[in-house]
Design a protein around this ligand. Structure first.
Ligand SMILES: [Zn+2]
Length: 185
């Protein structure tokens, strides 16, 4: 497994429509593993393929120890409504309140390419909506009102200086531990 760079706001791939996956290949299963590793290293609860520069319709999520990988996700019968703060691994340090359905059914293909259905509520439902949006070029910022969006963008203007190549490179826990050992020497 390997850590992937995360594309940040400004990278065109984040605004691209993804392509449905016809067949789940071994290469795509490796991508799923790498996306899980990357998401965990970044301390996120969801990660969509465009965020690692890919155009396949795929996301991974891990909410309350329930991990899912979904190809070609579709949201059916969304219900309820709640506003809560969201962030995004592609827009570090920027947050905003977004209204989302509280209950939904997710349909898609699992990592073996088998169709499945999952009834999700609350944080998992929110995460599924956020990640599915990524697969259609939508970001949580798009839901903010004019003023909130403006202040979020002002914050991002300061943050984005840290990412001149529009990529976030993560360090794994193992590498971090090694680095600290070297420093200790
Ligand atoms: Zn996101």
């Amino acid at each position: 497994m390997s850590l992937l760079d995360i594309h940040v706001l400004g990278s065109p791939v984040l605004r691209q429509e993804t392509r449905p996956v016809e067949t789940v290949t071994d290469e795509l299963r490796r991508l799923v593993d790498d996306m899980f590793e990357t998401m965990h290293a970044a301390k996120g609860i969801g990660l969509a393929a465009p965020q690692v520069g890919r155009v396949e319709r795929l996301f991974v999520a891990d909410v309350d120890d329930h991990a899912i990988a979904v190809f070609n996700p579709e949201i059916v019968s969304p219900e309820g409504n709640a506003k809560a703060e969201e962030g995004c691994l592609s827009i570090p340090e920027v947050y905003g309140d977004v209204e989302r359905a509280t209950h939904l059914v997710l349909r898609g293909l699992d990592r073996d390419g088998k169709p499945f259905e999952l009834a999700a509520t609350d944080l998992m439902a929110r995460c599924i909506q956020h990640e599915t949006d990524h697969l259609h070029g939508r970001l949580f910022l798009d839901y903010l009102g004019v003023f909130k969006r403006r202040s979020a963008m002002a914050k991002w203007e300061r943050e984005k200086a840290k990412y001149p190549a529009l990529r976030r490179t993560l360090i794994s826990a193992r590498d971090l531990a090694e680095q600290h050992n070297e420093e200790a020497l």
